[in-house]
Write a protein that binds this ligand. Structure first.
Ligand SMILES: CC(C)(COP(=O)(O)OP(=O)(O)OC[C@H]1O[C@@H](n2cnc3c(N)ncnc32)[C@H](O)[C@@H]1OP(=O)(O)O)[C@@H](O)C(=O)NCCC(=O)NCCS
Length: 159
């Protein structure tokens, strides 16, 4: 089975968001529709989708800041995993970054998702031995987002 990989089209957005939700990639503080819009309109981002037999089974977002590439929202439908779709999507994102002239890719793995590290290790990704920090630049949203993240972390800690 070889996945057909193309750039996302307007008509794919709803299915991609539903896929990312099935893959447990969306959090309450994310707005995936807005993330897709920004990636597509920024001039330095892209979203690829993968289809098997015409069915949308995977998606990934990539971007670069002129120095490093970044990969976000890599997800494959649970029913289509272990058929090389994730590998193919990541290769496409890497190709896009390479074409953009950036020499490395960084990506984030949530602490509650460390099981995915075997996948990335197989594909040559290594621990940066760094800590990733963030700041929400919209002060009105910052407190709300921090509260949502704390509530989420508490839920994860409770199992
Ligand atoms: C991670 C994910 C995208 C992998 O997609 P996939 O299509 O199943 O991956 P592939 O079939 O291309 O796997 C390529 C190789 O990675 C390794 N691999 C993939 N999934 C693995 C797993 N669960 N455990 C161990 N190794 C794994 C295998 O070596 C595999 O090759 P093989 O099947 O020939 O042995 C998919 O499991 C997923 O959507 N997970 C949920 C979302 C997620 O966590 N995304 C990453 C966010 S950082």
């Amino acid at each position: 089975m070889t996945a057909a990989i193309t750039e996302i089209q307007d008509g794919d957005v709803e299915a991609v968001v539903a896929l990312w939700q099935r893959c447990n990639l969306v959090r309450p503080w994310n707005d995936p529709v807005e993330d897709i819009r920004l990636a597509r309109e920024s001039g330095h981002g892209v979203v690829f989708v993968a289809r098997l037999d015409g069915c949308l089974v995977g998606a990934v977002m990539a971007g670069h800041d002129g120095h490093r590439g970044a990969v976000y929202y890599l997800g494959v439908d649970p029913a289509a995993r272990r058929h090389g779709v994730g590998r193919a999507l990541l290769a496409r994102a890497e190709g896009w970054c390479r074409a953009g002239g950036v020499p490395k890719i960084n990506l984030l793995v949530r602490k509650e998702n460390l099981g995915v590290l075997s996948f990335y290790d197989t594909l040559g990704y290594r621990d940066t031995h760094t800590v990733c920090l963030y700041r929400t630049l919209d002060d009105d949203k910052a407190g709300h987002e921090a509260a949502m993240k704390d509530a989420w972390a508490a839920r994860v800690a409770q199992g």
